[in-house]
Design a protein around this ligand. Structure first.
Ligand code: DC
Length: 225
């Protein structure tokens, strides 16, 4: 690929964004930034510190002082380090998943993480994955995609991921969690979840991750040569 570009991948929980974004970054030799993992890391630290998750000022202060490092190895395994500690597994725990929306709605947390995300994208080809990558983090990105899938399908995928991690969770409960999180993410005041108006919306309910990646690469190649 001749030109290094910014690609944003947004969408609701469980649409398959992470798998697609990671594969895409590897295929293109780009940096992969999982912005959700950063919100999860801040949430984990806040929970451990016993901070009131409705205290936006305390959360902002914590976000400003936390050290977060994301790494992706050649096998596409992404690791997350919080103040030097590997928290890759812990940030996916039900406790963090249930509380992270509260942390992600704090304006001070968002501005701090957005600043860091923009810095990560500077000078490199990047696949930025999250909820506001195309609308807020990189509004100038050349390629913006918004991935969706039916609630049923998203719950099923979450269930399979959890099962692979050794956890059995009923589908109905996961559907409820997804609904609740969608509501919180799309109704919050700061950077609500919505597609950038120039984003291409892809319904991934009946597409494999490989197909979505191929589609995106074909779009990128068409325009960048
Ligand atoms: O994608 P995920 O499930 O790991 O995201 C975790 C939470 O962080 C979820 O509640 C949405 C929120 N989030 C956000 O508000 N903005 C982002 N750019 C990424 C995630």
């Amino acid at each position: 690929m001749s030109k290094r570009v910014c690609i944003t991948i947004d969408g609701p929980a469980g649409a398959g964004k992470s798998t697609v974004a990671r594969m895409l970054a590897r295929r293109l030799g780009y940096l992969y930034v999982d912005t959700g993992a950063m919100y999860r890391a801040v949430a984990l630290k806040a929970l451990r510190a016993g901070i009131d998750l409705n205290d936006a000022a305390a959360l902002a202060e914590l976000a400003a002082s936390v050290n977060i490092v994301l790494t992706t190895d050649p096998r596409e395994v992404t690791r997350v380090f919080l103040d030097g500690e590997d928290v890759t597994r812990e940030i996916r725990s039900p406790r963090v998943s249930q509380h992270v929306s509260l942390v992600a709605r704090a304006a001070g947390v968002r501005s701090e993480l957005v600043r860091r995300q923009r810095e990560m994208a500077r000078g490199a080809g990047v696949v930025m994955e999250g909820r506001d990558a195309g609308t807020v983090i990189l509004p100038e990105a050349q390629f913006k995609f918004f991935l969706t899938a039916s609630e049923e399908e998203r719950a099923r995928r979450r269930q399979a991921d959890l099962k692979a991690a050794g956890e059995e969770v009923p589908l109905a409960r996961l559907k409820e969690e997804i609904k609740e999180r969608d509501f919180l993410d799309s109704s919050r005041e700061v950077a609500p979840l919505r597609p950038a108006h120039e984003a291409q919306v892809i319904d991934c309910s009946h597409m494999r991750a490989e197909e979505v990646v191929e589609f995106i690469i074909s779009q990128v190649r068409r325009k960048t040569g």
